[in-house]
Design a protein around this ligand. Structure first.
Ligand SMILES: N[C@@H](CCC(=O)N[C@@H](CS)C(=O)NCC(=O)O)C(=O)O
Length: 218
């Protein structure tokens, strides 16, 4: 086996890569990075200096592949089982990439800003950052809600990169900005959770959910 995935089971961006790997049934060595351990952090930074996971390495080709969307694109180019994560039709492929960008930029990253604020000492929290991040998430929900009115997967008829990206964005997004007024997105999240690749990722994360920071009491 030549592939190693540097990741953590609770990490939202790692979920994107894990779903793709499980969808495509690609064999890889899981390498959990413990960011709380200085030596492990340094070892990971030797692989990828920015220190952000997921990162996939291929000992056969010598490649180091960072960034969740690029990991999935790389898999799609090299592993037949993963090719379907990027539609062959160029127009549809562009729609898939657009959805991936929208989910990452306007739900996933703002969600991380809300969580990061929870991890700060009480006297360093920034309610304005949280408010703006939540507003960004709600605007993205509004944009995507009508697009999911027909049910099914994110873009097109089949499960793609768009769905790999949707899982962490909507799962953790729902925790910081509940999707009560967005029934199409809420139903889509339930469809995602029922997908075997996703169910496996969530089951592996389950022992770590206790570390997810809850909303601080005012
Ligand atoms: N744009 C990157 C974002 C990756 C990212 O932010 N990963 C987080 C975990 S979800 C991380 O590595 N955090 C560790 C840190 O910031 O020290 C991607 O798509 O892979």
């Amino acid at each position: 086996m030549s592939l190693t995935l540097f990741y953590h089971p609770l990490s939202s961006f790692c979920w994107k890569a894990l779903v793709a790997l499980y969808e495509a049934d690609v064999a890889f060595e899981p390498r959990v990075v413990n960011l709380g351990d200085e030596a492990d952090r340094a070892a990971f930074r030797a692989v990828w200096p920015l220190g952000k996971f997921p990162v996939l390495t291929d000992s056969a080709s010598g490649e180091t592949v960072p960034e969740s969307s690029i990991v999935i694109a790389w898999l799609a180019q090299r592993h037949p089982g993963a090719a379907r994560l990027f539609p062959a039709d160029p127009a549809l492929a562009l729609q898939v990439q657009l959805r991936d960008r929208l989910l990452d930029s306007y739900i996933h990253l703002p969600m991380q800003r809300v969580i990061a604020d929870r991890l700060r000492p009480a006297d360093r929290r920034d309610p304005l950052t949280v408010e703006q991040a939540r507003a960004q998430i709600l605007a993205a929900y509004d944009l995507l809600e009508p697009q999911m009115a027909g049910g099914g997967w994110g873009v097109g008829e089949t499960f793609t990169l768009a769905d790999c990206s949707a899982l962490p964005a909507l799962f953790y997004g729902d925790k910081v900005a509940p999707m009560v007024e967005w029934p199409n997105l809420a139903a889509y999240l339930e469809r995602l959770k029922a997908r075997p690749s996703v169910a496996r990722v969530l089951a592996e994360a389950e022992p770590f959910f206790q570390y997810f920071p809850q909303e601080p009491t005012p």
